[in-house]
Design a protein around this ligand. Structure first.
Ligand code: G3P
Length: 217
């Protein structure tokens, strides 16, 4: 399963690249706003740091203006994935861009029916927002399971990109269900490494090793 970082923070991305765990980046207008930086400069810089897909979202809602924005964003770098909202105009643009060979990430997906339409529109990625469904007491990961099943029934090439991830449990559940990608805040990646028994066990190994007086080097 691929791991994307869900952030526009250049320093966080840069610091995590040596981990060899970062396969791409997703941004959205809120994450760009949080960065306090220009979207085009930020996406261009991220694309030089991360060789994998970097999602940059259009901010218009009408097809004509989204087309113009998509032209600007896709021209930034070859690894830009244009992010479009799951609306009729967004999916029409998705079909147009996909036909041109441009990666499209369809975002703000909350039902399996929406995901079906995005796949038919040729999306490279579909982004179901599991955390926001859970926040309403609905079954976010159940949606992922349904989408994975539907896509496998019809051999759709669209990759299921689990978004709005709130916990390491979301990550492991997504992997169990066969999702293609999770996009996670940097803090969640850090949490994936951690377990108290790992720390405790390592301390015990090193304490016993210390008593031997040996050195491997
Ligand atoms: O990539 C989408 C993600 O940033 C949304 O997350 O926590 O705002 O639901 P959240």
């Amino acid at each position: 399963m691929k791991i994307f970082l869900d952030t526009a923070d250049i320093d966080q991305i840069t610091s995590l690249m040596p981990s060899q765990m970062v396969d791409g980046v997703t941004t959205n207008p809120s994450l760009i706003a949080k960065s306090g930086r220009d979207i085009k400069q930020t996406i261009a810089e991220i694309c030089t740091i991360v060789p994998g897909p970097v999602s940059a979202e259009v901010t218009a809602t009408d097809l004509a203006t989204m087309r113009k924005e998509a032209d600007v964003l896709s021209a930034i770098a070859d690894n830009v994935a244009v992010k479009v909202p799951l609306t009729p105009d967004g999916l029409q643009l998705c079909a147009e861009l996909s036909a041109q060979g441009i990666m499209v990430n369809v975002t703000l997906c909350f039902t399996a029916g929406q995901a079906l339409l995005a796949a038919k529109a040729g999306a490279r990625f579909i982004s179901p927002f599991v955390g926001r469904l859970d926040d309403l007491g609905q079954d976010g990961m159940g949606l992922i399971s349904d989408i994975v099943d539907i896509y496998s029934n019809y051999d759709f090439a669209t990759e299921v990109l689990v978004a709005s991830v709130r916990s390491t449990q979301h990550v492991t559940d997504a992997a169990i269900m066969g999702a293609d990608v999770v996009t996670i805040p940097p803090a969640i990646l850090g949490q994936l490494y951690k377990h108290p028994l790992t720390d405790k066990g390592l301390d015990a190994f090193l304490a016993d090793w210390q008593k031997t007086g040996q050195s491997i080097l």
